[in-house]
Design a protein around this ligand. Structure first.
Ligand code: CAA
Length: 284
């Protein structure tokens, strides 16, 4: 199954990171956003990170421009027609995803693979609205996608084995460390990490610890690369609360439910890095 051209649908944090990985791997990539303005903004962010890599000697001189030249932008799903694999990183809402999959399936060829980057929704349910659910698979990247090595390759109920292995092989081609797993709520990492982060937020109030000390505790006492509050700020309170609610709905475990403190932060727009304030404050 040759994968020569990729489509990435949704160029938010995750989609832009995935598109960056694809062009860095030398693959022609079509990025689709709801408007060309948003697509251009994402391309600007990708250009910034690629340029930093050149400055830091992680990419050869001119490597950033060569990679960016492989990225074309569109606001029209029909422009994904020639893609062998489309990775969807759209808004985490079942109805939104399902509508998109109907459109995607109509746009691409019969042999194309449709991969969803969903973190908390059922891949099987997303695929259920398509005529060819065997062509649908999960490819779950982690934030920040260009830096985090893991990709969970998710086998949905009807995923064809060759499609599954092609998605796995493509993740390896991107330089990732993929794993194979079934389509269960939260797959592997979020099934564990979401209740753990929720516990961290509950401990904040219970133990009367400061945010700074909570981060210090988990970095220096548990070896985390960054503290839980800093990680939640990176992921975004909106994304975390949404995923947490989706998992709670399916598993009904109290620890899966988002803690009230996080829900309030979400409602107040204290989303973390993206809004300039979360548990910590961010300049610029
Ligand atoms: N492309 C390339 N470089 C990027 C980048 C991108 N998209 N985004 C950030 N960077 C660069 C930055 O430019 C920065 O470099 P400069 O400051 O030199 O410009 C560098 O990466 C990051 O610098 P740091 O000093 O912060 O790097 P670090 O060594 O501390 O590592 C980290 C950062 C990899 C994020 C590390 O802290 C880490 O592993 N944190 C844990 C992250 C994690 O757990 N993620 C999972 C979230 S959960 C999830 O994603 C699941 C879900 O479904 C919601």
């Amino acid at each position: 199954m040759e994968i020569a051209r990729i489509g990435v649908v949704g160029l938010g944090t995750m989609g832009a990171g995935i598109a960056q990985l694809c062009v860095e791997a030398g693959v022609e990539t079509v990025g689709r956003e709801v408007s060309l303005d948003r697509a251009e903004q994402a391309k600007g962010r990708i250009g910034h990170f690629l340029a930093r890599k050149v400055e830091k000697g992680q990419l050869e001189q001119g490597g950033d421009e060569a990679a960016l030249a492989l990225l074309s932008l569109t606001d029209d799903v029909a422009d994904l027609a020639a893609c062998d694999l489309v990775i969807e990183a759209a808004f985490e809402e079942m109805a939104v995803k399902q509508q998109l999959y109907r459109e995607l399936e109509a746009a691409v060829g019969p042999d194309a693979i449709l991969a969803t980057n969903t973190s908390a929704l059922s891949v099987t349910e997303i695929a259920s609205v398509t005529e060819r659910p065997e062509r649908v698979v999960g490819m779950h990247f982690f934030n920040p996608a260009p830096l985090m090595p893991l990709v969970e390759v998710v086998r949905a109920e009807r995923t064809d084995e060759q499609v599954f292995e092609a998605a796995f092989a493509f993740a390896e081609r991107l330089g990732k460390q993929p794993i194979r797993c079934n389509d269960t709520p939260g797959f592997v990492v979020n099934r564990i990490l979401i209740p753990l982060l929720n516990d961290c937020v509950r401990v904040l109030d219970e133990a009367g610890v400061t945010v700074e000390d909570l981060d210090k505790a988990m970095k220096h006492g548990a070896g985390w690369p960054m503290g839980p509050a800093a990680l939640l700020d990176l992921v975004g309170a909106d994304v975390h609360v949404h995923a947490s609610e989706a998992l709670y709905e399916k598993l009904r475990e109290p620890r899966m439910a988002p803690p009230p403190r996080l829900v309030r932060m979400h409602q107040a727009g204290k989303l973390g890095r993206k809004s300039g304030e979360g548990f910590h404050r961010y300049d610029g």
